[in-house]
Write a protein that binds this ligand. Structure first.
Ligand code: SF4
Length: 168
């Protein structure tokens, strides 16, 4: 046991120091400022996968990791549409998810907004033309914000959220 403690002491910290991204910081501070003024400090999003390949979800996960840490800017991803201000839909609308997306939208209280994230949500993207999909989210609901990209980066998603906040 002592040998192990000595080894830990001699090795020290081996992880890299996180570099602060000043652009991200500035963007986040602007997001936080609008949320504080117009949403009492908290903006809640329910993510809905309507048939994506999951790469869009990985970018959403990145937004919540220790580097981007979007919660510090007042944006929270929530488990229930009943707690959400906005839905963030990823992927094309697959035939078997269309009704579920409509149900989630129905369950979200007013006022509410819809963000379409990724090329698939815009027009079907990689899956356009497949018998299993209807196309982009506009086939069943009108999105307020479109976030192109395959997948969009966390910065692009954050900028789109800021654009929505400015226009609500
Ligand atoms: S936009 Fe690209 S990353 Fe997102 S679900 Fe479609 S194929 Fe996957």
């Amino acid at each position: 046991m002592l040998r192990l403690f000595n080894k830990i002491r001699k090795t020290g910290m081996v992880t890299e120091t996180i570099a602060v991204d000043s652009d991200l910081q500035a963007l986040g501070i602007e997001v936080k400022s609008v949320i504080n003024k117009r949403f009492a400090g908290s903006f809640a999003i329910r993510a809905v996968d309507s048939g994506s390949c999951n790469a869009c979800e990985l970018e959403i996960h990145a937004l919540n990791n220790a580097f981007y840490d979007i919660e510090r800017f007042g944006v929270h991803f929530v488990a229930s549409p009943r707690h959400a201000d906005a839905l963030l839909v990823t992927g094309p609308v697959s035939q078997h998810m269309a009704q579920a997306v409509l149900d989630v939208w129905e369950a979200t209280p007013e006022p509410k907004w819809l963000l379409a994230m990724g090329d698939c949500a815009v027009d079907g993207g990689e899956f356009a033309g497949s018998y299993a999909v209807m196309g982009g989210i506009a086939k069943i609901l009108k999105p307020d914000v479109i976030i192109p990209g395959c997948p969009p980066t966390p910065e692009v998603i954050l900028k789109a959220i800021l654009g929505l906040l400015h226009n609500t």
